[in-house]
Design a binder for this molecule. Structure first.
Ligand code: NAP
Length: 518
């Protein structure tokens, strides 16, 4: 196997450098010139047109069509599974070293096209430059990290040797995988789930989010250029509610790797559990779902740092991260000064088109998201005290002011329900125990953070704050591949720890072989 250097996270482009700013402006122009292109479906080597089209829009200016995509039908979904199933025997026997080489090549191509992808993310997903850059960098990290992980898992695994036997254990791919990502990390999560499936030797049907199909289409080009065979993966653009059930229920589907909302994840889990006629396995479901993430601000903490951490976690990418802080739980001793500092910072946030680097916040993803978030804001105004924001921001896109609502009780809807937008509930805790109790008062358990200078409190949080990703004295977003394996507890999912050493095992099955000797 190729000797790869030790894994390192991809560096971020520094946009304060004039040369980089100019390169990004050029990338934005080049991508804009490709707006409105049509993308057909491809199954194997066959290109397919359908009558029903999906238009993806620029959320910063909803009059602009980023891409037009031919939508899959249930019949095409079945055909895609059959195609993936037919190619699985060949792909699964392709040496791991070759699959690893393709993945390293995919990382290289993504790196070469980095600013172009940044621009697609700015236009189709409404990401600001730094947010887009973080997304593309994470996608590269997933490729590099999983390539190395596959090398590790392709080696002979250590098992105890019985006297008179040669004992071994090897990892085998599972079969046809359905990969269903969300729109909010339209490159990183899509890439992570797809390449984990492929590098382990599975064939894939990738159903991208209907909000961000153009980014998926660009990534398909990367995979093909890197040498992944046409039949190893299909990008099946189409409505989740139309083709999702067909893909999940198909008897030749072996596993589903899903990231998205709680309700869709639970539905997939339920459908996948029911064996279909002719099915000879229990389908595996890897489901990463929503969050209602809390940051605790202790009575003894660096308040300025806590405010910065909460602002970045709550309003980065408009609060549309599963890891976003949507509840700040603040010790009564520092509650009022914290709120005052927080309100000052939040009111200074500029909101506008995400391709303009002057804005810290861009638009939310769609008209329906905008409506739902604004409704939550109205509910929040009744459930607490409005401290900042509180409504839409004028413009051609789906802009919402960063909103803070204080004095929120744990029974409030805005304390319990995932809003997935720039809305922060702030609640007062009597003391640290009460803060922990409030933080854990949620059906979710994805990320959390504690700002405290008290080691005993941090030790207690380590034991009792029930989340998959816990951070101390820093923001609760921005998990780094390799350092912060990512996945949540409870209704946040199956805790699959993407970007960690356990992840690829979810796409493999172990075979134990014992040979009598002598
Ligand atoms: P979503 O509405 O659940 O959609 C996710 C994906 O599922 C999309 O590709 C969607 O396709 C598809 N889908 C919809 N209905 C389906 C069905 N019946 N069967 C199969 N697939 C179906 O979630 P989203 O709005 O894209 O993403 C936001 C959610 O993702 C939030 O809850 C967020 O917390 C969560 N998230 C979690 C993590 C994590 O790691 N835990 C990371 C990121 C996001 P269409 O677009 O065609 O409907």
């Amino acid at each position: 196997m190729e000797n790869l250097p030790e894994f390192r996270n991809e560096g971020y482009t520094d946009f304060s450098q004039p040369a980089h700013r100019q390169a990004m402006e050029e990338a934005l122009d080049a991508v804009r010139a490709r707006f409105g292109r049509e993308y057909r479906l491809r199954i194997g080597s066959e290109w397919i047109s359908t009558d029903d089209k999906l238009e993806s829009l620029n959320p910063s200016n909803a009059k602009e069509i980023v891409g037009i995509h031919h939508k899959a039908t249930p019949e095409l979904a079945r055909r895609a599974v059959e195609c993936a199933s037919a190619f699985f025997p060949q792909w699964s026997r392709t040496p791991a070293a070759e699959r690893v080489r393709m993945l390293i090549d995919a990382a290289r191509i993504l790196r070469r096209r980095k600013m172009e992808f940044d621009a697609w993310l700015a236009y189709e997903a409404g990401k600001t430059w730094p947010e887009a850059e973080a997304d593309v960098s994470e996608a590269i990290d997933f490729c590099e990290y999983y390539a190395r992980e596959m090398q590790r898992l392709a080696c002979p695994q250590k098992v105890h040797q019985l006297a008179g036997e040669q004992d071994e254990m090897v990892y085998l791919p599972l079969g046809v995988g359905i990969v269903i990502p969300p729109w909010n990390f339209p490159l990183a999560i899509l890439v992570g789930m797809t390449v984990a499936s492929l590098v382990t030797g599975n064939t894939v049907i990738l159903k991208p989010s209907s909000e961000t199909p153009t980014i998926a289409a660009q990534f398909a080009e990367v995979l093909l250029e890197a040498g992944f065979p046409e039949r190893s993966f299909t990008i099946l653009t189409g409505s989740g509610s139309v083709v999702g059930d067909v893909l999940v229920e198909h008897p030749k589907t072996r596993f589903v790797s899903f990231t998205g909302s709680r309700d869709v994840g639970l539905r997939i889990n339920e459908l996948a559990a029911k064996p279909q006629k002719g099915q000879v396995w229990i389908k595996r479901v890897i489901a990463e779902m929503g969050g209602k993430d809390a940051i605790i601000v202790d009575g003894d903490s660096d308040l300025d740092r806590a405010v910065d951490g909460v602002v970045a976690s709550a309003f980065g990418y408009q609060g549309q991260k599963c890891s976003a802080c949507s509840r700040a739980i603040v010790d009564a001793k520092v509650y009022e000064p914290f709120l005052e500092k927080l309100a000052g910072k939040v009111k200074a946030i500029s909101v506008g088109p995400s391709d303009d680097p002057r804005h810290y916040m861009g638009p939310v993803i769609s008209e329906s998201a905008r409506k739902s978030i604004l409704q939550y804001i109205e509910t929040g105004k009744r459930e607490g005290r409005l401290v900042a924001g509180g409504g839409p921001v004028p413009g051609d896109g789906y802009f919402i002011a960063p909103t803070v609502i204080a004095d929120v009780e744990p029974t409030a809807r805005i304390f319990q329900e995932e809003i997935f937008g720039p809305v922060l509930a702030v609640s007062k805790a009597r003391d640290f125990d009460h803060a922990l109790q409030l933080a854990n008062d949620s059906e979710y358990g994805l990320t959390g953070a504690v700002f405290s200078l008290d080691d005993e409190h941090l030790g207690r949080a380590k034991e009792q704050f029930h989340v998959g990703n816990l951070y101390f004295n820093r923001k609760c977003t921005g998990a780094m591949v390799g350092a912060h394996p990512f996945g949540g507890f409870n209704m946040s999912g199956t805790d699959s720890k993407a970007g960690g050493p356990d992840y690829l095992l979810l796409f493999l099955q172990a075979k134990s072989i014992a040979r009598k000797v002598g």
